[in-house]
Design a protein around this ligand. Structure first.
Ligand code: SF4
Ligand code: SF4
Ligand code: SF4
Length: 308
């Protein structure tokens, strides 16, 4: 296909998306406030891979070859079956079971033989899969001033000893080690008599970890510099966080005067779903709405700016 044809196709795709979209007049929510008239939305129900054309064109163009699924490095693309009721055999992603990580070069887009995944898209920041929306204003740890590591640890420590408990502790351990200060790395090294600090020797440490070590680890986490920080895993894990996808805005709770951080999703979010996958609350406090787009900057009401 020539560049001109591709350009035309892209323009038609964009126009058709905008034409087929529904302007949500009221009631959509972002951040923790009720918002108004700032979104464009199509009636897409499934979260399609990066660069998918608008739903009608996508369904017409996708030949259900499964190439996008085969080349996906984290293997998160799955094919719709009878349970989805339509588009059987077309690809989609379920963030909580494995989100799209917007990997370099977007191999799924490159592999698509028909352009159902738009070949003009080559960067994760242009993926336009959907939009993350804060759906758990009452469960979000940041709003409650809670740290994610301590929260996860408290949930795990109550579990009876099992391989599931070990797996969860190892997960917390890996998250924790990424955030250690230099002094804390020295403490870690000294406790496990290591010659140097490395996140890679966790498996070795974990294979011979004792109950005393686990108690020491729990206390170490709870007294660490990290424990004082509110959760912001959704931002930390976002593959395009440098685009400013989520802003944490300081606010004061009118009831007790305590300050907390309010997560506000911006229009640079592309809806990859990593934040939904990584959010530690059982009912995710942040979820993706497929093909939802924020078309204007959030208002002060949405972001909480100027409110107390
Ligand atoms: S590679 Fe393209 S045509 Fe093939 S299943 Fe994926 S989206 Fe459809
Ligand atoms: S990951 Fe984000 S949305 Fe989820 S609890 Fe933490 S701050 Fe809140
Ligand atoms: S905010 Fe969430 S959905 Fe949006 S780009 Fe970042 S990780 Fe992906």
């Amino acid at each position: 296909m020539t560049k001109t044809n591709n350009d035309e196709k892209k323009n038609i795709s964009r126009r058709s998306f905008l034409k087929g979209s529904t302007l949500i007049a009221t009631g959509a929510a972002i951040g923790l406030g009720t918002a108004s008239a700032k979104f464009l939305k199509s009636d897409r129900k499934l979260l399609r891979p990066p660069g998918a054309l608008d739903e009608d064109m996508f369904l017409a163009s996708c030949i259900k070859c499964g190439q996008c699924l085969q080349v996906c490095p984290p293997q998160v693309v799955i094919l719709a079956d009878i349970r989805q009721g339509f588009g059987i055999g077309t690809p989609y992603v379920i963030p909580q079971e494995g989100a799209c990580i917007l990997c370099a070069g977007l191999p799924c887009v490159l592999a698509c033989p028909t352009g159902a995944l738009d070949h003009h898209i080559s960067l994760g920041k242009d993926a336009e899969m959907g939009l993350a929306v804060i759906t758990g204003s009452d469960t979000c740890l940041s709003v409650q001033g809670q740290n994610d590591l301590v929260y996860r640890l408290n949930n795990v420590l109550g579990m009876s000893l099992s391989s599931a408990k070990h797996a969860k502790i190892k997960e917390i351990l890996l998250s924790f080690l990424k955030r250690l200060s230099e002094d804390e790395k020295k403490t870690w090294k000294s406790h496990f008599a290591l010659s140097e600090f490395s996140e890679k020797n966790v498996d070795t440490i974990f294979s011979k970890i004792t109950t005393d070590d686990l108690d020491w680890f729990a206390n170490f986490v709870k007294s660490s510099s990290q424990a004082k920080k509110s959760c912001q895993i959704c931002l930390d894990e976002c593959p395009i966080k440098e685009e400013g996808t989520i802003r944490f805005i300081a606010k004061n709770n009118t009831a007790d005067g305590q300050q907390y951080l309010w997560p506000s999703v911006t229009k640079t979010c592309v809806g990859c779903g990593v934040c939904e996958e990584k959010c530690p609350t059982p009912l995710r406090s942040i979820t993706i709405t497929p093909r939802l787009r924020l078309i204007e900057k959030p208002t002060a009401h949405q972001t909480g700016e100027g409110q107390s």
